[in-house]
Write a protein that binds this ligand. Structure first.
Ligand code: 13P
Length: 256
């Protein structure tokens, strides 16, 4: 019997205007807005955060952002802060996504400052870690994940750790249709759980949810979500359409 409720989070990336976002969330609310078996988070682009937040009011759906700056305010053109996200009733924030690391030069130390700032502002960070194809082929998957995880969580206290969500997203599986096998994913998830145990102790590590991300679809979700240490999914492509996202939430509800 696991202590962890499954979580399905949709990362819309740079997709959907506010009206497109409201239309999607309206469908989601109708289909899964009252179920309580699975936690559900949607992460629209910033421009749609406010209107999507209004559209999911009164439902179980929660609102997340895809990034933020660690400072509360100041001369940081183009950035937004944790208090600004909180003011729009966001509860979660994706941090350290591989696209931010690869395309926008974010490193572990920078991401760590964001994790600390999110927790300080009662936002739940969804900290993303994962190896590239070259790193997997070189046999360094676990080393890469360990470095990203330990650096990303540096300075996080034991009492704060249950508020953190980890997403294992092998870079080679993102948007490629190449999903990790359930064995490949479970191996890394178990490794992450072990690292969390070393950092925070067994009781806390058993509470932290570790999501899988990378071409998760309704067809492959049951097998992935059936693994012992896979506590949900961070969904890109399949979160952009109501039917597939709803089916993923249903798969999570049925996973044992
Ligand atoms: P896809 O589901 O499109 O592969 O994206 C995964 C992802 O990057 C979620 O953050």
């Amino acid at each position: 019997m696991t202590l962890r409720k499954k979580l399905i989070a949709g990362n819309w990336k740079m997709n959907k205007t506010p009206s497109d976002g409201v239309a999607l969330v309206t469908e989601l609310v109708a289909a899964i807005g009252k179920q309580t078996e699975v936690d559900v988070v949607v992460c629209p682009p910033l421009t749609a955060l406010e209107s999507v937040g209004r559209a999911l009011e009164g439902s179980i759906l929660k609102l997340g952002a895809q990034n933020m700056h660690f400072e509360a305010s100041g001369a940081f053109t183009g950035e937004v802060s944790a208090p600004m996200l909180r003011a729009l009733f966001a509860t979660h924030v994706i941090l350290g996504h591989s696209e931010r690391r690869a395309l926008f030069g974010e490193n572990d130390a920078f991401i760590n400052q964001k994790v600390i700032a999110a927790l300080k502002n009662q936002l739940r960070p969804i900290l993303c870690v994962g190896e590239t194809l070259a790193e997997r082929e070189a046999g360094s998957t676990l080393k890469v994940v360990q470095t990203q995880l330990e650096a990303g969580l540096d300075g996080v206290g034991k009492e704060q750790a249950p508020g953190v969500i980890i997403a294992y997203e092998p870079v080679w599986a993102i948007g490629t249709g190449k999903v990790a096998t359930s064995d490949q994913a479970q191996e890394v998830h178990a490794f992450i759980r072990g690292l969390l145990t070393k950092l925070f102790g067994e009781a806390v590590a058993q509470k932290v949810r570790i999501l899988y991300g990378g071409s998760m679809k309704p067809a492959n979700a049951p097998e992935l979500l059936g693994q012992k240490d896979i506590d949900g999914g961070l969904i890109g492509g399949a979160s952009l359409e109501a039917r597939s996202f709803v089916d993923l939430v249903k798969a999570a509800a049925e996973a044992k």
